[in-house]
Design a protein around this ligand. Structure first.
Ligand code: CA
Ligand code: CA
Length: 206
């Protein structure tokens, strides 16, 4: 399960947008514009990895017509995990709500028409690129938002940093395999009982 989750996270990173983009921090690359939930029932897990920003920013997941709050950068402890719970299969966009300026930015840069299609979400394999000290935990990819407008951005992309993976649903044992499991447990219990009986008898004989 862990392995497939990591593989899916890596797949997210592999889905790069076409086109070129230049940043003050060349070590960042464009994050995918959407998160893919492969099958209905999958959950998406976000972990807050840190921030350095004056503004108050919220990471949000766009789910249908609603925008679900995931983290607030100023108040969320590093390492906090947010589980969306089961989602319908499909593509999900992320948003950054800068509450200090009132601006909303999308993980899909082409929704940022109010900001010249500026790319506000970037990714990197190297946490050190965020200048936030040591990585709080190991992850294959780290995502970071830029909360300033494109025309005057510092492009540090560390205003809200997080990781994400999509988790497939836990398989429920089928009735046939469940009864087999119960039969096995019953058998083990019987043998343990018989072994106790024998050792008990040996003690009594001694
Ligand atoms: Ca910053
Ligand atoms: Ca910034």
């Amino acid at each position: 399960m862990q392995g497939s989750s990591l593989a899916r996270t890596a797949a997210l990173g592999a889905m790069l947008l076409a086109g070129s983009f230049s940043s003050a921090h060349a070590t960042f690359i464009q994050a995918p514009s959407t998160i893919t939930v492969g099958q209905t029932g999958d959950s998406v897990f976000f972990t807050f990895a840190g921030f350095s920003a004056d503004d108050t920013d919220q990471l949000r997941l766009v789910n249908g017509n609603t925008s679900v709050l995931i983290f607030t950068n100023q108040t969320t402890p590093v390492g906090t995990v947010f589980n969306t719970g089961p989602l319908a299969a499909g593509q999900y966009m992320l948003q950054l709500w800068n509450l200090s300026t009132g601006q909303i930015y999308s993980s899909n840069r082409f929704d940022n028409t109010h900001d010249g299609d500026f790319q506000h979400l970037m990714e990197t394999t190297n946490f050190a690129n965020f200048d936030l000290g040591a990585a709080p935990y190991v992850a294959p990819l780290y995502f970071g938002w830029e909360d300033e407008p494109g025309f005057d951005t510092d492009s540090d992309y560390n205003d809200l940093v997080f990781t994400v993976f999509v988790d497939p649903p836990v398989a429920v044992p089928e009735p046939s395999s469940l009864s087999l499991l119960l039969a096995t447990l019953a058998g083990l219990t019987f043998f343990a009982w018989r072994r106790r009986e024998r050792s008990g008898g040996a003690l009594r004989a001694a």
